[in-house]
Design a protein around this ligand. Structure first.
Ligand SMILES: [Zn+2]
Length: 401
């Protein structure tokens, strides 16, 4: 006896082997928060305590946003406005703009203020069918604020949250000219404390000319490894610093951005099981010109994940569905690749592939229900939200808050 069964549904299981792994006129059964049966109706002969008729709606795995900076205070709308009025970079910096303005606001905000802001934001993801999200620290850049951000991320409800420590995001003002000393603080004090308090699932770093060098990134990764934590990398967004190879060398879960990554690094990623996370929102918002190397990723068989990169500076994007569309229009992914990018491959980028990302027996019952006629509509439409409900850990909510 199953706990619940959803019938009269079309299933995009996102299992590999057929387009969308789709099963038309399918049945999915749930028992104790896990998928206990999935397949075509003609093969179903089970019984369930609870029955739901989905009247031809589509079910996909719940969407997974595997790269966000969602916990922060303030925003950068003023900076956006100044830039569009023709202000120079220096003028914006003088007016208090840039990442350090977000650091200042986040340091000042109380933990409850930060929590309220973030909890309000995540509701938008749930409304669009997301059931899991990754959230990075990195606007504290000091011990107490980094820990505060991670605690806030851990408290959020409505979605499964994976936390990533990104102490090596930017150099705080008080360490200008002393980047190595700041990396000492990150490695010797902040990261071990975050780990000790159980606040961190993975470790990330921003390896870029305007942030940290490959050498400094290596130190952070070595510390993460010593603490038994997996790593991820903001790699090759603005220039090719060998980020893809560096991520592969440390068997990173993912290398993210990757606009300037080279083929050698991409080949190494395949061998290391490292996923590529592409972020079309930042590409769009910054009006970047350099496309990520999609064909190389395809040719080498590197799994391509997609994410909002939600952050107040370069990607104030709160719509997983718009990410699917942008990945197709800007990066020329197919709608199927895009959906895989926010389900199966996003699970992989978070190390969740054993329990999330596809509709398969034994996996977590995290799924989304859509009023659509075909899965391609999810990436095709702009600004429509056909989500009719989400199920997380077996609890179905037709009314998404
Ligand atoms: Zn990012």
């Amino acid at each position: 006896m199953h706990d619940a069964v959803f019938r009269n549904a079309n299933l995009a299981t996102m299992r590999q082997g057929s387009p969308y792994g789709s099963i038309e006129d399918g049945v999915i059964a749930i028992t104790q928060n896990r998928i206990s049966w999935v397949g075509p109706r003609v093969e179903w002969s089970g019984k369930a305590r609870e029955e739901h008729d989905l009247r031809g709606a589509w079910i996909t795995p719940g969407l997974i946003d595997c790269h966000t900076h969602l916990v922060y205070a303030g925003n950068r709308a003023h900076e956006f406005e100044l830039r569009l009025k023709g202000a120079t970079y220096e003028e914006i910096a003088r007016a208090g703009g840039g990442i350090l303005s977000t650091v200042k606001a986040t340091r000042t905000a109380s933990e409850d203020e930060l929590f309220d802001l973030a909890q309000r934001r995540v509701r938008q993801w749930a409304r669009e069918g997301a059931t899991a999200i990754e959230i990075k620290s990195g606007y504290g850049l000091d011990r107490d604020t980094e820990l505060k951000m991670l605690r806030v991320a851990r408290r959020l409800s409505g979605l499964k949250v994976k936390t990533t420590f990104l102490g090596a995001h930017a150099l705080p003002e008080e360490y200008q000219g002393r980047a190595d000393e700041y990396i000492d603080l990150v490695c010797d004090e902040v990261l071990p404390e975050a780990k000790k308090q159980g606040l961190v699932d993975a470790v990330d770093a921003f390896c870029e000319r305007i942030a940290f060098t490959p050498e400094q990134t290596r130190r952070v990764f070595d510390k993460a490894k010593a603490l038994g934590l997996p790593v991820k990398l903001h790699a090759d967004q603005l220039s090719d610093l060998g980020g893809a190879a560096l991520a592969a060398e440390h068997r990173a879960l993912s290398a993210d951005h990757m606009e300037f990554s080279n083929e050698e690094g991409i080949g190494l990623m395949k061998g290391a099981g490292t996923a590529a996370v592409l972020l079309p929102g930042a590409f769009y918002f910054l009006k970047e010109k350099q496309l990520p190397p999609i064909d190389l990723l395809r040719r080498h068989g590197v799994p391509i994940a997609l994410a909002t990169d939600h952050n107040p500076g370069s990607s104030p994007l709160s719509s997983p569905l718009l990410v699917l569309n942008m990945a197709c229009t800007l990066f020329r992914l197919t709608p199927e690749e895009a959906l895989a990018g926010m389900t199966r491959n996003a699970a992989r980028a978070l190390g969740l592939q054993a329990s999330h990302g596809t509709l398969e027996t034994g996996k977590q019952a995290d799924l989304a229900v859509w009023q659509i006629g075909a899965p391609a509509e999810l990436a095709y439409a702009i600004g429509a939200n056909p989500c009719a409900g989400v199920m997380r850990s077996g609890a179905f909510r037709r009314e998404v808050p």
